[in-house]
Design a protein. Structure first.
Length: 177
């Protein structure tokens, strides 16, 4: 009665072998799956927020009036990547001794695109009539702060802007992307 049928040992061996094979396949597939899921978090940690993007030649900028320029670069969104996408707009003006001044063209009130009136020499938001001086300071309207200044640098005669966005509707400048 203590003897096992001959097929029983072979069956338990095959079951064990199948279980080990399944564990191996599961382990091999786990690394790419985890990498796929965590990739956007890894990219967000390194981030591309506040990157330097060329916007114009220094010689093309006016000293008296700012110029509206598109900011074009690579856009990353979770797992997708799109090259040459319009990321936003900036106002850029050449200042004293070739210093370049730049502002994000989004109104700090609700994010509408701010325009510039050459005649009145001031920025204005068409949505709720916020007004800003040529230096970006608030002159009136519901905007909670001045236009958001951006860092600039000149590299090989090209003006580069450290492009970032800021949270709207708050007094302090909080970078969001």
């Amino acid at each position: 009665m203590g003897e096992q049928p001959s097929g029983s040992g072979r069956r338990s061996f095959l079951v064990t072998l199948s279980a080990l094979g399944s564990l191996f396949i599961g382990a091999v597939l786990t690394k790419p799956a985890i990498t796929y899921v965590l990739d956007p978090l890894r990219k967000a940690a390194g981030g591309i927020k506040g990157r330097w993007i060329p916007v114009a030649d220094l010689e093309s900028l006016d000293r008296e009036h700012p110029v509206s320029l598109p900011v074009v670069g690579e856009q990353r969104d979770a797992w997708t990547r799109a090259p040459e996408v319009r990321l936003g707009t900036v106002w850029v003006r050449r200042g004293e001794s070739d210093k370049v001044l730049a502002w994000n063209a989004e109104c700090p009130h609700l994010g509408c695109k701010v325009g510039y009136d050459k005649h009145d020499k001031k920025f204005g938001c068409p949505c709720h009539e916020s007004a800003f001086s040529p230096d970006g300071n608030v002159l009136g309207g519901p905007a909670p702060r001045s236009l958001d200044p951006l860092e600039t640098r000149i590299k090989d005669g090209r003006v580069e802007v450290r492009f970032v966005r800021f949270r709207a509707q708050v007094r302090e400048r909080i970078e969001i992307g």
